[in-house]
Design a protein around this ligand. Structure first.
Ligand code: MTE
Ligand code: LUZ
Ligand code: MOS
Length: 756
């Protein structure tokens, strides 16, 4: 079962924002953004721009008819800067012109007077200044102070992880069209149609029922469009409201890279305590999250960091503290893993540190501390754990010791190359950690020709959610997938949606679709019962386009049944609602059962480092992954491969660089390196975990969008192990391990055993 979009994708026929035919009179927007990271905005001069060729209007903060505010969690983000600027790239003015080029040209004629203030770029400095966006958050399990006193070994250290550019192929953008009665229709490249609707309503002052948001699909989101699509839709909406003309804005790559936030950089301190048997007894960790200049989604990202602070391990005494630090960078935002990867990097660093000092391999400490069935996570949920089974099954298939030995043998004979191997266990919780977000609706219509139309709030962004939802409808109705069509995510058909995020879209929207289809199916069975002379509806089923009675095919086909039902005035439509059962979380006690389930897995990553040049190649990633029971292995393998590559990119070559004034230097693809076909692992092997455990996933097919990204963290530790095999210098835990940084570490120490 391949993706239902495969055909139109390869033929270039799939429709993205920029493919929507333009309505006559459309104006094009271009934003003028702050060149300065922090300062007092004394004046904005738009006269020259307004006189520029093709310009229809220039908009600044004072023109906005609603509230000049798009901050969803904390109202700290004006749509257009007013009074002060807080990051380089902050929108100040909007130029509307007859073409994209003319809008851009005019925007360059805008001038501003800004009295520069000192920018804060370091989250630890912000924390020291007391500049936190929300109060510190903490998880506590057991009693770390007592536990450390009784530990055989205690190690402390510090780690750094950098940001990451989303680099969705389709940049941010929106197209707003005025409708009757002052309403608006918005096409947006967003993961959150309702979030866009709310932002548009806020800045225009319109009530939500006057604003329709429609999303066909995205050319990638990766979290970057969970919240940060709102600004561009709001900008187009303000323009359309003020001019009564359609307004479109599709950002150029450099505008997108400069003006949008990224994965949060973190700076962290850890303290880990082990007993004689290498059991981790105590763990303390402090996270300094670089949130950027506005709240955006930073608090829930920070919360997920806490949720995943012990990754796949059971540690009886934990104290994890997290600070949401305001700096003068663009507001950082959701990115695949949502704070989880940052947390896992720290615990893996702590383990690597301890292993090195104790002269054992990290894998020994990892294996001895995997969380077991019935163990408690620091947030109170009891594990139904497959951490150990995924490790054992992965080891049985790939033979971890043999792979390590192979690297050692290579290293003992190679002059200039070193191989490194690392194991990366992953445990990721599935559900929005904010319980109320775990709900979804689906609207299903069966038409009288037997075809089926499905609408949900799920946004297709390449992850295959539409394919999975189509599979759900096809399965319940016993039809082939061609009989089902997925329609756009549209706020008139599906209201109050949660964003497509948290890897939960297929579960939530798939389950809602299942409920809707089952209700229609049950009504159809009532119609079919007399027609096929069945005693009870329980004896009926739908398969291959026919009604089956007691497992035997009858002569009644789907289309005839549907038409009969319609003539009997039976409702062939359903709008169903699903909420994840059994989840809760109480921030008063910081305890609860926030996740429907966890996804487990174990990956082994092997790299080869060129110790003269600092270059490296990832030779393989072999993982045993917990799919539950995959409903679409083609889609799921694609997600695993993509996630791994994105994780490796974050850990190794992708380097977000701001200068000392807070200006983005890595602002194009020439200065920001993402994995390409030459740098992806030569080999990715995926072994499905064998399990018969039931779970709350759609058809038992567990969420797969985010968890595999964290296998990529293994690449950092594999590279580090290779460097250590060359010169024993214990590189610091600072990611990304760019070739430059690898080179500096290879030749850092005079004691290196460099040969030749
Ligand atoms: N895969 C592709 N091709 N493109 C994307 O933008 N986003 C990821 C993941 N996989 C993404 C992707 C992220 S961040 C999430 S949360 C999930 O897909 C969301 O989709 P799901 O809930 O359907 O898994
Ligand atoms: N978004 C969100 C997420 O709002 N809440 C979450 O828990 C989450 N988790 C992962 C990715 N996005
Ligand atoms: Mo994904 S970070 O939940 O959009």
């Amino acid at each position: 079962m391949k993706s239902i979009d495969a055909h139109s994708h390869v033929r270039g026929e799939s429709v993205y924002l920029d493919d929507i035919p333009l309505v006559q009179g459309t104006l094009f927007a271009c934003v003028f953004d702050s060149p300065i990271a922090h300062g007092k905005l004394k004046s904005v001069d738009t006269t020259e721009a307004e006189l520029s060729e093709g310009v229809f209007r220039v908009i600044t903060a004072k023109d906005i008819s609603g509230e000049n505010q798009i901050g969803g969690i904390v109202p700290d983000e004006p749509l257009l800067a007013h009074g002060e600027v807080h990051f380089a790239g902050q929108p100040i003015a909007i130029v509307l012109a007859e073409t994209e080029e003319l809008a851009k040209k005019a925007s360059r004629k805008i001038t501003v007077e800004i009295e520069e203030l000192e920018p804060v770029l370091d989250p630890r400095v912000a924390a020291a200044n007391g500049d936190l966006i929300v109060p510190a958050k903490q998880f506590v399990l057991g009693d770390t102070s007592n536990a450390f006193a009784n530990c055989e070994h205690v190690f402390e250290g510090r780690t750094e992880t950098n940001g990451q550019e989303h680099l969705y192929i389709e940049t941010q953008g929106a197209y707003a069209l005025p409708t009757e009665q002052g309403g608006l229709k918005i096409y947006s490249s967003t993961q959150g149609p309702t979030a866009v609707q709310r932002a548009v309503c806020r800045v225009t002052g319109l009530p939500m029922h006057h604003v329709e948001v429609d999303v066909q699909r995205l050319g990638g989101g990766f979290g970057g469009k969970e919240d940060q699509a709102n600004a561009w839709a709001a900008i187009c909406a303000v323009g359309a409201q003020l001019t009564k003309r359609p307004v479109k804005y599709a950002l150029h790559r450099m505008e997108d890279m400069r003006m949008t936030g990224k994965r949060h950089p973190y700076s962290s301190d850890y303290k880990i305590g082990l007993d004689k048997e290498l059991k981790i007894v105590a763990y303390e960790v402090t996270f300094y999250q670089n949130a950027g200049a506005a709240c955006d989604l930073s608090p829930p990202v920070l919360e997920r960091t806490l949720f995943h602070c012990t990754n796949s391990y059971f540690i009886p005494n934990v104290r994890a503290t997290a600070y949401c630090c305001r700096t003068n960078l663009p507001p950082n935002t959701a990115f695949r893993g949502f704070g989880g990867p940052q947390a896992m990097f720290v615990i893996e660093s702590a383990i690597a540190h301890a292993a090195e000092k104790l002269g054992v391999s990290s894998s020994e400490i990892q294996r001895k501390n995997l969380i077991g069935d019935g163990d408690e996570f620091p947030y109170g949920q009891i594990a139904e754990s497959d951490a150990i089974t995924s490790w054992m099954q992965g080891d049985a298939e790939y033979d971890f010791a043999a792979l390590a030995k192979e690297a050692d043998e290579f290293n003992s004979t190679s002059k200039y190359f070193r191989k490194g191997v690392a194991i990366m266990p992953v445990c990721f919780g599935i559900s929005f950690t904010k319980t109320p977000m775990n709900q979804a609706r689906s609207l299903v219509h069966v038409y009288t020709d037997g075809s089926v139309a499905v609408s949900t709030g799920a946004v297709e962004m390449g992850q295959g959610v539409n394919t999975k939802i189509a599979q759900v409808a096809a399965k319940v109705f016993g039809l082939s997938i061609e009989k089902v069509r997925l329609h756009t995510a549209n706020t008139l058909r599906i209201a109050n949606t949660s964003p497509t995020a948290a890897s939960a879209a297929a579960d939530l929207n798939g389950k809602a679709t299942q409920i809707a289809c089952e209700q229609i199916r049950d009504r159809l069975f009532e119609v079919a019962k007399p027609l096929v002379e069945a005693e009870t509806v329980d004896s009926l089923s739908l398969e291959n386009g026919f009604i089956y009675r007691d497992g035997e095919r009858t002569s009644l086909d789907w289309q005839t049944l549907v038409m009969d039902a319609h003539l009997q005035r039976v409702n062939l439509s359903e709008h169903a609602h699903y909420t994840t059962p059994g989840i809760n979380f109480d921030w008063g006690t910081a305890k609860g059962h926030p996740f429907a389930y966890h996804v487990y897995g174990t990956a082994i990553v092997g790299v080869t480092v060129d110790c003269l040049r600092g270059r490296y190649a990832v030779d393989y990633v072999k993982c045993c992954h917990d799919f539950g029971s995959s409903m679409n292995t083609a889609v799921d393998h694609g997600q695993i491969e993509g996630g791994i590559v994105q994780g490796i990119g974050w850990m190794t070559m992708e380097e977000v660089v701001y200068d000392e004034k807070g200006r983005l230097r890595s602002n194009a693809l020439s200065t920001y390196k993402v994995p390409d076909i030459y740098s992806v692992p030569k080999d990715i092997e995926i072994l499905p975990l064998e399990t018969s455990r039931e779970n709350l996933a759609i058809f038992n097919s567990k969420a797969v969008g985010e968890p595999p990204l964290m296998y990529g963290i293994g690449a950092f530790f594999a590279v580090r192990n290779a460097i250590n095999a060359f010169n024993h210098t214990s590189p610091e835990f600072i990611a990304p391990f760019t070739p430059e940084r690898v080179l500096m570490n290879l030749f850092r120490n005079d004691n290196r055993d460099v040969v030749g």
